[in-house]
Design a protein around this ligand. Structure first.
Ligand SMILES: Cc1cc2nc3c(=O)[nH]c(=O)nc-3n(C[C@H](O)[C@H](O)[C@H](O)COP(=O)(O)OP(=O)(O)OC[C@H]3O[C@@H](n4cnc5c(N)ncnc54)[C@H](O)[C@@H]3O)c2cc1C
Length: 254
């Protein structure tokens, strides 16, 4: 039987795994990427990639993978389009996950990754002097609570994992679960916190405001969330500052 030794084995070739594998290979590591499914494989998903996700694609994106380009957002009240906002800048695209995930795997292969599909990993034994981080799960670990977007966070966490694995192998410092978890926490949790607040404040009310001036403001906010990784902070904080200053004015009798 053919046997090889790798610096890194990445289990799961979704956006997180194939990004982690590609970045690790670009850092000069010998990488094996395995997936239990036969590729191209189907994946239940809306297939929406925000502008900030597109910015992560260092190899660009082949036109054949793009299903639709998004230049606007509509707010429905369940029956008709209540409000809509169109802009000239691309806000995102939709893809079929089977072709998008295959495209990411091909990028990884081009960077030197060895890919094996139809191979389910059943067990990982803890070995001395090995580094390991969990960078994937079916349906993802990191999901924006308001928008439900997960592909951006899967790819970003894959990048972080590859950087930390490469650093850890160089310095022979194991294990690195904590380092990886702390970096992901620093990178995502503040945004998720504000996203959760925004979701609790507006999630159920979105359709109620279709066609109103509040609905129009919500569309402005959604557009900014689609474009900027840290948009929620900017949306929530001015409200707080506004509220606090109102409270202070009331207390001082101004
Ligand atoms: C209904 C729905 C709609 C969504 N819509 C969107 C959207 O529009 N936009 C967006 O950004 N996000 C969306 N998401 C979230 C998005 O799908 C996930 O965040 C993303 O797929 C996570 O990527 P991943 O690489 O972590 O995991 P996955 O894409 O789930 O990849 C994991 C891979 O690991 C493989 N695997 C698992 N176990 C093993 C094993 N033991 N051995 C070998 N291989 C294994 C699987 O076959 C799979 O290919 C949606 C999620 C759901 C559920």
């Amino acid at each position: 039987m053919h046997s090889s030794t790798y610096d890194v084995v990445v289990v799961g070739a979704g956006p997180a795994g194939s990004t982690a594998a590609r970045v690790a290979a670009e850092k000069g590591l010998k990488v094996l990427l395995v997936d239990k499914s036969k590729f191209p494989r189907e994946k239940v998903c809306g297939g929406y990639l925000s502008y900030k996700t597109l910015a992560l694609l260092s190899h660009g994106l082949s036109e054949s993978v793009i299903e639709q380009k998004i230049y606007g957002v509509k707010l429905y009240d369940g029956q008709y389009i209540g409000s809509k906002k169109m802009i000239s800048q691309l806000l995102g695209i939709t893809v079929q996950r089977s072709s998008f995930d295959t495209f990411l795997v091909q990028n990884a292969i081009q960077s030197g990754v060895h890919f094996i599909d139809s191979c389910r990993i059943l067990q990982v034994e803890n070995m001395k002097d090995t580094a390991g981080v969990k960078v994937y799960s079916e349906n993802g670990i990191f999901i924006d609570p308001f928008s439900g977007e997960g592909i951006y966070y899967a790819m970003k966490s894959g990048e972080i994992a590859a950087e930390e694995v490469a650093e850890s192998l160089k310095n022979k410092e194991y294990p690195l679960h904590m380092v990886y978890a702390q970096r992901c926490k620093r990178e995502f949790y503040v945004d998720f916190y504000y996203s959760l607040i925004y979701s609790l404040m507006n999630g159920r009310k979105l359709s109620v405001h279709a066609g109103t001036s509040k609905g129009q403001k919500m569309l402005d906010n959604i557009v900014s969330v689609m474009q900027h990784p840290h948009a929620y902070r900017g949306i929530i904080l001015p409200r707080r500052i506004h509220k606090d200053s109102g409270k202070r004015k009331a207390e001082s009798g101004e």
